[in-house]
Design a protein around this ligand. Structure first.
Ligand code: SF4
Length: 103
């Protein structure tokens, strides 16, 4: 966002793709977040009233982990973040409590 705002060099921003006068370009991969627990879930940023689940119920789907080391040929996720990382299960449960308070 800073590069866009200040007309900086988008080619220096890791992990993005963009189009310029030379055509489409992709930059080098961005580093992954190694410690998912270092970041809290921003439940307060979700306007829960705008989301519903089957049957008109309110629900939130959360991701506990990132990445997969396998390469199943039918999967659209294969090869993404090839190292599996996960949140601490106990802390994750506490974050779920935060979701119910924010809803
Ligand atoms: S289906 Fe996809 S996410 Fe599941 S194990 Fe295979 S590559 Fe990984």
């Amino acid at each position: 966002m800073r590069a866009l705002e200040h007309h900086g060099d988008l080619g220096a921003v890791a992990g993005i793709a963009f189009h310029d006068r030379h055509g489409p370009r992709a930059t080098q991969p961005a580093p992954v977040i190694r410690d998912l627990d270092a970041y809290r879930v921003g439940w307060e940023l979700i306007d829960h009233a705008r989301y519903s689940y089957w049957g008109g119920l309110r629900a939130v789907v959360v991701q506990f982990s990132r990445g997969c080391p396998h390469l199943c040929n039918y999967c659209g996720q294969r090869g993404f973040w090839t190292r599996w990382r996960h949140r601490d299960p106990v802390r994750f449960e506490g974050a779920g409590a935060g979701a119910s308070r924010a809803a």
